[in-house]
Design a binder for this molecule. Structure first.
Ligand code: XMP
Length: 516
């Protein structure tokens, strides 16, 4: 739980693709933020007493029927409000301004002139660049408003109400394309909401340890380790709280990356001296995956087998009452969508956190308020090794969904060796941390090559590297050609069974990050 007396800012979500980004930007400024539905009542907000409220952007138009709105009473709470894009239009409309479609949509980087830099724009230069993305805008402002900034096509790019605690910006301060955006948000938090900045990872660890102790008392917690950062930080945090009352289960499914299993075992057995139950299930998974080529079938088999093994092992841990899960804040938000509505299953995700309720455990989820970058900070704070804390995300079904077609031991060995080279070279080039995810994919199709004087007829390795903040959309990385060249020649020279390397230059959407 977040302590009651801690500063927080509520972000009312009107269906913005940037709501999570706003929340992260606020937290980067050391203020805790929470995304809440736009339907939250003024009374609920009053009870929670946030220091500020941010109204997010959104795809609707404020003047259409059934446009998402908010409780009008929030204006009377005396809590500072910042409206962003749709949020600004909504706030202005509630305060009697007129919003209309623009003649020309404003989209992208735009020059903006600030005509009042008292609080929101404090320490900002008069001329700045902002990121715009709107088809509507405020066209008429009542006299109770002041205009704070304008662009060529937008006369009210930022506004302030003279008597009510409302500011609005038509642009997006949360995106990096607004270079001074973070400063603007900081000004809102510190100059207008008068926050002091008490959201620090160190105190989160202390509070979380106290919460875990309170929840678990002298019970025993079981935690599944996957090799990834989330489950590792969960385990380390719980271990700090309850020591040897934590038991960890690590299932080696044979689908992990090079030396990953050894690393997890070493870290938790030696550094943390956790009660670790490593299970070598490599053969078991391979047998189940024999002749399976359909991606969804692979996922189902792996997910199902993992649960079976976990159940068998958890039964052996007597008096285990609690199950630790590395659920993160984005998972929590996604399970309560702003507008509900059906979403299509593109891929059925399996991860260690996906254990079914029938296991009968009470859940312990110490990361449920955190974003990934915050989890990493906590991992560092808890002394987990750097390679583990900064490891790129890795899917639950592991290398099985990076081998197109049937998963076999020789194919896994080829892919592991190629993947190791990709990661080594990306690290050497100093790119590992700036890339969100980078890996090799085995395309078990043969192509012709020539090695020495011999004809070869071997597999293809594809390299995938993406930039993304939320993994919902992604762009392929522009890795320097020189680095790609080194990777390619090392793989072809060092990995037996590969004679061709290709680079994946597809964005998500329409492609996905993983190939299966
Ligand atoms: P896609 O391929 O859907 O991947 O663009 C988005 C992100 O999710 C990861 N991923 C998974 N993670 N279990 C997981 O825990 C899964 O089954 C799974 N499938 C994809 C993927 O690696 C990327 O980070």
């Amino acid at each position: 739980m977040i302590e009651e007396n801690k500063e927080k800012v509520f972000i009312l979500d009107f269906g913005s693709q940037y709501a999570q980004l706003i929340a992260r930007r606020v937290r980067e400024n050391n203020v805790f933020s929470e995304i809440v539905s736009h339907k939250i009542t003024a009374e609920e907000i009053r009870k929670a007493s946030p220091k500020g409220i941010i109204l997010s952007g959104g795809p609707a138009s404020v003047y259409v029927k059934n446009a998402p709105g908010c409780d009008k009473e929030i204006i009377t709470l005396g809590i500072p409000i910042l409206g962003i894009c749709y949020g600004m239009q909504l706030g202005c409309q509630m305060l009697k301004a007129t919003v209309q479609p623009t003649a020309t949509r404003e989209y992208g980087r735009t020059a903006c002139t600030v005509n009042d830099n008292s609080k929101l724009f404090k320490s900002l230069s008069k001329d700045t660049t902002v990121w715009m993305s709107h088809g509507d805008q405020v066209v008429e402002l009542p006299a109770e408003f002041e205009s704070l900034a304008f662009t060529k096509n937008c006369p009210f790019a930022a506004v302030k109400h003279k008597t009510k605690p409302f500011h609005g910006v038509q642009f997006h301060p949360e995106v990096t394309h607004t270079p001074q955006g973070s400063k603007i948000l900081r000004n809102f938090l510190y100059e207008i909401c008068e926050c002091t900045g008490d959201w620090k990872m160190h105190s989160y660890v202390e509070n979380s340890v106290a919460d875990i102790r309170k929840q678990v008392k002298d019970g025993r917690v079981v935690c599944g380790l996957s090799g990834g950062v989330d489950s590792a930080v969960t385990a380390a945090l719980i271990h700090k709280a309850i020591g040897n009352h934590l038991s960890c289960i690590f299932v080696d499914n044979g689908l992990l990356r090079n030396y990953e299993a050894e690393e997890v075992i070493n870290t938790f057995k030696n550094n943390f001296t956790v009660d670790l139950h490593p299970i070598d299930a490599r053969e078991r998974f391979l047998k189940k995956l024999k002749s399976v080529t359909d991606p969804e079938k692979k996922r189902k088999i792996i997910g199902h087998e993992f649960i079976e093994i976990f159940k068998e092992e958890a039964k052996k841990i007597s008096q285990a009452k609690f199950l630790a899960q590395g659920t993160l804040y984005p998972d929590v938000i996604e399970s309560i969508p702003a507008h509900g509505g059906p979403t299509v299953t593109i891929k059925s995700h399996h991860n260690v956190g996906g254990l079914p309720a029938e296991l009968g455990f009470e859940l312990v989820e110490p990361l449920r308020f955190l974003f990934k970058d915050e989890v990493r900070k906590i991992g560092e704070e808890l002394g987990l090794p750097e390679e583990l804390v900064w490891r790129h995300p890795f899917p639950g079904p592991g290398l099985a969904i990076r081998i197109i077609g049937e998963v076999t031991k020789p194919r896994l060995d080829i892919l592991r060796s190629a993947d190791k080279i990709v990661i080594e070279e990306i690290r050497k080039a100093g790119l590992y941390r700036s890339i969100a995810q980078c890996f090799a994919v085995l395309l078990p199709m043969s192509t012709v090559g020539v090695m020495g004087d011999e004809r070869s007829y071997e597999n293809v390795i594809a390299i995938r590297a993406v930039e993304t903040t939320d993994f919902m959309t992604a762009d392929w990385c522009h890795i320097p050609h020189e680095t790609l060249g080194i990777i390619s020649s090392r793989i072809i020279n060092e990995v037996k069974g590969v004679n061709r390397v290709v680079y994946d230059i597809s964005t998500k959407p329409p492609s996905t990050i993983e190939w299966e």
